[in-house]
Design a protein around this ligand. Sequence first.
Ligand code: NAI
Length: 333
Amino acid sequence: TVVTAGSNPLSTQDAVCAALVEDGVHVFSRRGMSSQEYTDNLREMLKWDPQIIIDDGGDVVSMIINERRDLIPNIMGGCEETTTGIMRLRAMVAEGVLPFPMIAVNDAQSKHLFDNRYGTGQSVWDAIMRTTNLIVAGKRVVVAGYGWCGKGTARRAAGMGAKVIVVEVDPHKALEALMDGFDVLNMEEASKVGDVFISVTGNTKVIRKEHFQNMKDGVLLCNAGHFDVEVYVPDLADVSVETVKSRENIDTYVLADGRRLHLLGEGRLVNLAAGDGHPVEIMDLSFAMQLLSAIYISGTELATGLYNVPDELDKNIAELKLESLGLKIEKLT
Ligand code: NAI
């Protein structure tokens, strides 16, 4: 029995839910859920007494620990899809509260090298372009976070003719961005010159009050990190005198002096809230990782803890992908 719910309040597509229901999957999600309905749906899902958890962002595992400890004896373990979820699992391990084994799917090569970099890189821009119908070429695009997702997002912006500025906190990543050909600034300086801002860090309050106050009229604000806390919306509301829904998936915050800051997809993952997410040709890799990791969990005695995907399994998925594309690679003699 497969039971599913959205992993973010704004990420569900109703047609996908309908197709899953036709295939016998139990679905607790719909487009346009409030945060409360989202959480209630996770609770409904857990009423099915799960044995294996496939999580994306860590909300399900955290709900089991906080509200449904009675389910723990029946759970063999699970897999986590994204960087933010793994950060949360690491914190649970450090506090000694993770109650079953979890596989860090995101950390496998077949996941982050492709899904995070090329998937996010493409789908973030698809969402921004279809939502705004504005030109990318010539714009100053500020990408906060030069990790796997940030690299893809920055590279694609440059490919479309944008002038890319990277904001980082890690000195190696900042140098990497510089040598990849991008400008590197802190957010204080970047906020004065950017036309489009994209946060993709997994951190919180990355773009906040003092930055909004510096921004030019008409800037676009987007987040592609897992939670809606990177472009800090409470600060945005604080500095503005009026909010107008100026287009589908765009809320315009008007400052006292008339400057307009346009927030896409409510500051939630822009590629899911205002787009279709990653192409299927990327998600096949991630979902294959999830499925094979779930099978691995169900057939292996593992102690409580956070595990990497076994190398063999990771490599096998890359081989299968190459095979599906009809490509042959060299073998060492
Ligand atoms: P990563 O760990 O590879 O990169 C994050 C980078 O952000 C790091 O280099 C870090 O130094 C930097 N950073 C942290 N705080 C910062 C700050 N205040 N200002 C500037 N830089 C800062 O992580 P990855 O894989 O790139 O994921 C980033 C986020 O995107 C996570 O929340 C992840 O869950 C999410 N994600 C979203 C996807 C989507 O479809 N939108 C797909 C995959 C991941």
